[in-house]
Design a protein around this ligand. Structure first.
Ligand code: NAD
Length: 469
């Protein structure tokens, strides 16, 4: 069983986690962080940050590289913790852990690059510079769907750029985040990186704790609450929110290869990914071929306990989320669409929901507009590319979009007009470890946490006028 102290927490205050594949099995018991403890974490982190920010960048990065090596030696333990609390197949959990390390190493390389610049001189005897400094204390809040990747996306840039950080992982799956922070013990200065455990009330308190930067990943509704709370302290914000990501299939030489990527992007993590493809927009004359291909792929998945070898689709995180997904499918079908496969709860390991394909979905209906966060594909047809682009961009979200086309003019148009932060041409929606992970519209506010742009959130910019005597 996972826990955050020398002994498992007990009593009514205990924060317990359960195995989504076997909901009666308790897999974690944690001591929640109370307001007095949070205040103590803040003052410890501030004290540690003063020393950390004064160290050379190379010293910081060297210690962090040791920390990443320690995490690398625990990848199997971390992956198993993810599957037990979050439910995804163990192979996916291993992949998530390796990707978090790959991104982390890229971030250390980015943090070693020059920061700031020398500007054109406007006055004699004065050299104008812009320099960047660590922002200070970072408050970070993460969701449950990527229990190690999302925390690492915040811990690593925060520390690499000279900040201290307090992370509140999701109360539904905190084990992996606790493990990576435990690995820092004896390597990074005490107090510099802290875990706070709890739910919405603690998240709200953390946003208001006086941190200079608040980075949040989660739903749009909570993102709005975080935005409001952060307006009290005017902390710098980075919000990474939901998505309703589309694949626009126009002309493809190899339909099988295209659909392999679309189905993988839709069903990995049982569709509980912010970048999951959930709308498939298809030229009308290809719709039946595409739908049948997606149905075949959905039905070939092996739903079950993520710990069992051979499982390729794990359960949804909780029964409440399972009911929400089932309700959205039911209500959506009442508006438009034809159920081609799935759409039902499955017997067996926990909160399983059958991989689902619905075609004939109206572009304005809830199945095409709302984030379902489950293994559900909505197929929408369009008559010409004009209509295809109009449907693609008719969304409150703007995270990822994929285009499948060999037509250079359409590719060019997609690159300039698609309303999404991450644009994929002729491949699914899997991002690289050194590229900005970023959304527009309701999908994101502020700097991305992956790639070089992270420095604009994790550091502050200063104008220096260097006069000479
Ligand atoms: P959520 O918004 O319910 O919770 C996210 C975190 O916020 C949790 O740690 C929760 O305890 C905390 N929280 C809840 N209320 C709070 C409040 N008032 N103030 C501060 N913190 C509060 O999201 P979830 O259900 O955990 O995750 C699913 C959502 O996350 C989906 O919408 C998904 O698209 C999004 N997501 C986005 C990205 C991205 O990078 N854009 C990545 C992963 C997940």
């Amino acid at each position: 069983m996972f826990h955050n102290g020398p002994t498992p927490a007990t009593g009514s205050d205990m924060l317990a986690t359960h195995n989504p594949a076997n909901p009666t099995e308790r897999v974690g018991a944690y001591t929640p962080t109370d307001p007095a403890e949070l205040a103590r974490l803040v003052s410890q982190a501030r004290a540690a940050q003063r020393d950390w920010s004064a160290r050379t960048v190379s010293e910081r990065l060297e210690l962090m590289a040791k920390w990443l090596d320690a995490i690398a030696s625990s990848t199997e333990e971390i992956a198993r913790a993810i599957t037990l609390e979050q439910g995804k197949p163990l192979a996916e959990a291993r992949g998530e852990t390796m990707k978090s390390l790959a991104e982390a190493r890229q971030m250390l390389a980015i943090a070693a690059q020059p920061l700031g610049s020398v500007h054109a001189t406007m006055r004699g005897g004065v050299t104008p510079l812009s320099v960047r400094r660590p922002r200070g204390l970072i408050a970070a809040i993460t969701p449950w769907n990527f229990p190690v990747l999302t925390p690492m996306r915040k811990l690593v840039p925060a520390l690499a750029f000279g900040n201290a950080i307090i992370l509140k992982p999701s109360e539904l799956a905190p084990a992996a985040a606790c493990l990576v922070v435990q690995e820092a013990e004896g390597i990074l200065p005490e107090g510099l990186v802290q875990i706070a455990l709890g739910g919405a009330a603690l998240g709200d308190a953390l946003v208001r704790c006086g941190a200079e930067g608040v980075t949040f990943t989660g739903s749009v509704a909570t993102g709005r609450a975080v935005f409001r709370a952060a307006s009290e302290t005017l902390a710098e914000l980075s919000l990474e929110l939901g998505g309703k990501n589309a694949a626009l299939i126009h002309d493809v030489r190899d339909l099988d290869a295209c659909l392999d990527q679309v189905a993988a992007a839709a069903y990995l993590c049982s569709g509980q990914r912010c970048t999951a493809i959930s709308r498939v927009l298809v030229r009308a004359d290809m719709v039946e071929d595409v739908t049948q291909g997606l149905v075949r792929r959905a039905e070939a998945l092996v739903p079950g306990d993520g710990m069992h070898q051979g499982t390729t689709l794990g359960p949804l995180i909780t029964s409440a989320h399972h009911d929400r997904v089932a309700g959205m499918v039911r209500d959506g079908l009442a508006q438009s669409g034809r159920l081609r496969t799935g759409g039902v709860a499955l017997d067996g390991a926990g909160h399983l929901f059958a991989p689902t394909v619905i075609d004939n979905v109206a572009p304005t209906s809830s199945l095409a507009q709302d984030e379902i966060f489950g293994p559900v594909i909505s197929v929408v047809s369009y008559s010409d590319i004009e209509e295809g682009f109009a449907i693609l961009n008719d969304s409150a979200f703007g995270l990822s979009a994929a285009l499948f086309s060999a037509d250079a003019a359409i590719v060019e148009r997609f690159m300039t007009e698609a309303a999404a932060g991450m644009l994929h041409v002729n491949h699914g929606t899997t991002p690289d470890s050194n590229m900005p992970f970023v959304g527009i519209r309701n999908s994101g506010v502020g700097a991305p946490s992956v790639g070089p742009g992270a420095s604009s959130f994790y550091t502050t910019e200063h104008a220096v006028y260097l006069g000479h005597q």
